[in-house]
Design a protein around this ligand. Sequence first.
Ligand code: GDP
Ligand code: GDP
Length: 438
Amino acid sequence: MAAILALVGRPNVGKSTLFNRLTRTREALVADMPGFTRDRHYGTARHQERDYLVIDTGGFEPEEREGLVAAMALQTRQAIAEADVLLFLVDAKEGLAGQDEEIARELRRSGKPVLLLVNKMDVRHAVAELPEFHRLGLGTPITLSAAHGHGMEQLWTAISALLAEAPTGAETSSELEDGPAIAVLGRPNVGKSTLVNAMLGEKRVIVFDQPGTTRDSIRIPYERAGRRYVMIDTAGVRRRARVGEGLEKLTVLKTLAALREADVVLMVMDAHAGVSDQDAHLVGVAVELGRPIVLVLNKWDGLEVRARERIKDELERRLAFLRYAPFHSISALHGSGVGELYRSIDKLWQNSQRHFSTGELNRLLEDIVSGHQPPLVAGRRIKLRYCHQGGTQPITLVFHGNQLDRLPGAYKRYLETAFRTALKLDGVPLRLLFRQGE
Ligand code: GDP
Ligand code: GDP
């Protein structure tokens, strides 16, 4: 499961530059997902086949900063609480600032693993400034230049080492016997609370933690029709949504926390309001984290035929990268469509845990490749030799062969569709990895 990295530091130290560099590692994948929207503050990164969620807290800071760290935005604190590793940036060109020391104090108090990054080390002679950064009491600084990409390998090595020491918190999918953990996601007012109540089958008020506590999502185990489920309830769902940028961002953070724990994600959208950039982005993050998704268009009641057609078209267009996901139009208010929703949840949960033998996969690979050969590159045919299953959640197929780095996106999509169809993997994300050689 993806580890969460939060970039922290005063303005102008290079957080967003580093964010872009870290998340750019996924651009190739994103390019294969038409309709995917990037967000400036949340992105995914990948290093050595491990997924990371990167949060740039820079965007959360209030415009006028009088109270310095005293005013460290609530969202920044929330991001710190959710993170597995904090990346604390300071500026080598400007040297240590008073604000850095305040932030350092705050970070030490969090008890989270912190990496001190001395950025803008594009000039070697800045090394002279290093000793002062030791004063922050956060261990040996890592020097880098986010702008030029220097020091990135050391950074990744340090991150991996920290994570190996302290394994990430919510590694959990549910215990098998608990059934799938369900996260209900969506923007404020789309009807999440109403849906959660409809799904739990009774009007119950669920208490939620105070904001600012580390883990605000709570797990509610329950049974329905003889099967077990766990509802992941986030404060973002329970709290009556108020309008405001700040809260909107907070909701996204809660959402990320819930995503980590979810086995199945219900992405709720308001059929009256349509699909927003934020919807598309959240769905994209869920997909990249390998979560199976059910698309739920709520408030279907009282919608006329033409409006229904329009919203369906919009969904197809905006979420084109998610054609494989089941889609439900429901009315949480009237409880209509909830039964079908459970059928999709059950199916996705089962599908996301399937195991395939290497023999079966390779027989399929032979069929699929002979049905449509990979192209020639510089006169030589790209060769897919064999494949095996690399994991579940998401189901990962690892391919070995020659020149696989030159396999066109269109052929990868052909492989994905062919395997998805043949293995009857409806609804779940499928990750294909390509390895060079043997
Ligand atoms: P943020 O406010 O912390 O997100 O900082 P930004 O990423 O916006 O960077 C602030 C300024 O520092 C920009 O002008 C960047 O181009 C510059 N910057 C970022 N990283 C480096 C670096 O490694 N070297 C140098 N020389 N400048 C950098
Ligand atoms: P949340 O902020 O996403 O948890 O949304 P709520 O569950 O609080 O619902 C927001 C508003 O939408 C409330 O006034 C609900 O009564 C209303 N609502 C929820 N589901 C439906 C529905 O299926 N149809 C209609 N017409 N209204 C709904």
